[in-house]
Design a binder for this molecule. Sequence first.
Ligand code: NAD
Length: 446
Amino acid sequence: IGEKVVMQQQEQAEVAGRSVDIRARERQGSTLLEDASAQFRAAAAHLGLDPGLQQVLETPEREMSVALPIEMDDGRIAVFQGYRVQHSRLRGPAKGGIRYHPSVDLDEVRGLAALMTWKCSLLDLPYGGGKGGVNCDPSLLSASELARLTRAYATAMLPIIGSRIDVPAPDVNTDEQVMAWFLDAVEAQTGVFDPAVVTGKPLAIGGIPGRGEATGRGVALITMEMLRRRGIALKDARIAVQGFGKVGGHTVRILADAGCRIVAISDISGGLYNPNGLDIPRIVAHTRNHPRGLLEGYPGEDAEPIGAAELLTVDCDVVIPAALEGQITVANAGDIRAPIIVEAANGPTTGEADRILQDRGITVVPDILANAGGVVVSYFEWIQGLQGTKWTLEEVRARLDRMMLDAFEAVLQRAEAEDVSLRLAAYLIAVGRVAETAALRRTAGA
Ligand code: NAD
């Protein structure tokens, strides 16, 4: 049986390797974890943090790595590797998504968990940061295999998750259904009704209206505010978005509804380009009819094909990377023509690329600010679950918009006051808050 399992793992890895064209491991230059650490260190140095405290804030609090043996539909056993990292719980329970992707490994999860700590702190949410993932290619798994994998993952994570300990949510390739399976597996084990143990749930089992659109809504809001401050009218704005999933899809829809011209979009199957603006309602209708929700096969008469990499360098006002990390690298940072980049994905810009963009005078709105809308509405959903109350869509949107714009204003002011990039300004606020909490808890000393 052992040999069979190893063979199946190899098969899974081989197939997975062929099915995804951008993989974090193949990126140019530094890794997400290295970049996240470098950003933290830059902020810590600027703030003059004590070296001991710096070490406390940089080191993940708790990490769990599990093997998940799953019975496949044909009766074979396959073993998947799952992870959860709680980077910090100084300011509250760890909070962060679960990713299903063939490039997931412990270092990637560590980097993403750290970003969550800083994001939650920047938005002043009562959370620390965490992240989880399973190394798998969900496009190769049936719904019942995915359900079994999710249940096995939730059960394995039981000792370290909980509504006051660590609260997962969706991320790349996980959705409401995955959250529903996760919740059900937890409650089946504990026997306790506890909807706040996970966010991003379907409405029928304790979800909140507006969670699905929340990250995209926040990205769109920040993009529009940035355009307003630059004096670019929405109807004149030309925008390119890489990734057309949960985040990219809503971002595009909201910006198009507001009158912006979406000149390029892409997903794993390819991209579409029209310098005069794409017909977004028609494209959305196409993806709804595609079995995997992809752009693939979109009729070409009003759009030219464009590659995912090429999309980042088209002539436009704003580029929004909303797919995976490591997309803007030393290899293409010099070619980017947009004066504004709004980071919807986590870690889409490598550290080296970030310096090039800064030297070129390109404004980068950092991930921990731009894509925080999802965790903000997850926070509302968590409150709803803890209190047994219900929020309306209007309440969710109004409070989300306020919190996003307030955080943006705080970052802009800090950047101006200290003459630093928006990224460093965001980290100064975020790291400063966690450091203060740590000092009050006397983590660094007694
Ligand atoms: P998703 O799985 O719903 O969508 C990912 C999208 O990226 C899909 O359209 C996929 O086809 C596309 N993609 C993958 N490879 C691509 C390639 N080579 N070229 C172009 N597109 C490609 O995931 P998501 O939830 O939308 O997450 C996207 C990013 O946003 C991730 O970095 C995630 O960590 C981050 N994020 C997500 C949330 C959330 O609430 N879901 C919140 C904050 C940040």
